[in-house]
Write a protein that binds this ligand. Sequence first.
Ligand code: ATP
Ligand code: MG
Length: 418
Amino acid sequence: MQTLRGTKDILPDEIVFWQYIQNTASKLLTLANYHEIRTPIIESTSLFKRSIGNGTDIVNKEMYSFTDQGSRNITLRPEGTASIARSFINNNLYQDNTVKRLWYLGPMFRYERPQNGRQRQFHQLGIECIGSLNPMADVEVIRIATNILNHLNFFDYTIEINSIGTSNEREKYKEKLVKYLATYINDLDNHSRNKLITNPLKILDSKDIKTQEILYYGPSLHDCLEISSKKHFQEVCDYLECLKIKYTVNNKLVRGLDYYNYTAFEIKAKNLGTQDTICGGGRYDSLIKQLGGPNVPSVGWAIGIERLLLIIKDKNRVESLKPKVYIISEGKKASKKILEIIPLLEKNDISCNLDLNNNNLQKQLKKASKMGAKVCIILCDYEIQNNCITIKTLKNGLQEQVDISEINTLVNKIISKA
Ligand code: ATP
Ligand code: MG
């Protein structure tokens, strides 16, 4: 039996990197007063239709939706922001009128064609700064993203930002764009031709050279923005410069979710091939209201962990987890003694692995070395006959014996050697 297409087991050797990312991020996020939130993986399908938007690829093609035994329409979450907005409303997190800073890490589900850096179950680390219209909030979230990437020794990225204005401004632009592109309809790539009806803004994303050429001479979104949109964007850029965070303005950058307004940004890894967007985010000032909550402007991003892992694995030395002590025993009397010793080692934060195979001593010693243990505790026939326990330091092969009744002495010696 195989895992389902687009899903993967994450094995212990790799988990150490996941924990490293999570620990690094959680430490930095705590310093910025962001707090973890965990929302359910299943939600009502309508939550995503109402937030991400009916015309988007995610809602149209990519959702894992089903009806449960009670005929409810349910979807495995394709992203985190909608769930957090829902939770913010349900739990009255707006009551004290303070800015809420939240982060999450967990699995997301999208029915896409699996390839390098693209899976059907993947994971996102995301943050949301909820309750401020200040451009400083946009810059705070961007700064935190770069801070996390830099602490993971990843510096080879570019930040692209754009202002996608308000939905009114976008509607105006859409009209102009569709009118313009309609005159070139036969020259557009197939994908873009379809998008002309469903989601014309996504045509800006097209990788097709001919389409890009046509777009180059077409109307610009920036020209449709009003003063407040432009001012917000300018301030974001000013603050980024003040922080010396390098960015490029990409006026073709639009995101695949409907709820964004004003700032949209992506962080892309250099030299990562086609799936090079590590982080995507933006401002979503009307989402919470649209879902029935108060008028609370917000901004956030999500980082794809699988893509981040492709990069940071080579850049960070993360020790795989090895037990410090390997315990070798033989017979019931030895086993009983071992049961006394293990909790004492754990109490002193000494990790241990008990050999359960009952192979001969030599084989067990080999296993201990292979596992990378520092010290072996041996309690075999010889030790039982002589009422002692042997401690063997694997690095130099030196052994010493401790009286079987002197468990505290044994533990202290192990602490000094492990
Ligand atoms: P993409 O351009 O890859 O389709 P997106 O615009 O759909 O990304 P978002 O919804 O903004 O992405 O999600 C943020 C990040 O989550 C992406 O930049 C990427 O790193 C990661 N991500 C999105 N979809 C997948 C997937 N199917 N598999 C792995 N990572 C993903
Ligand atoms: Mg996508």
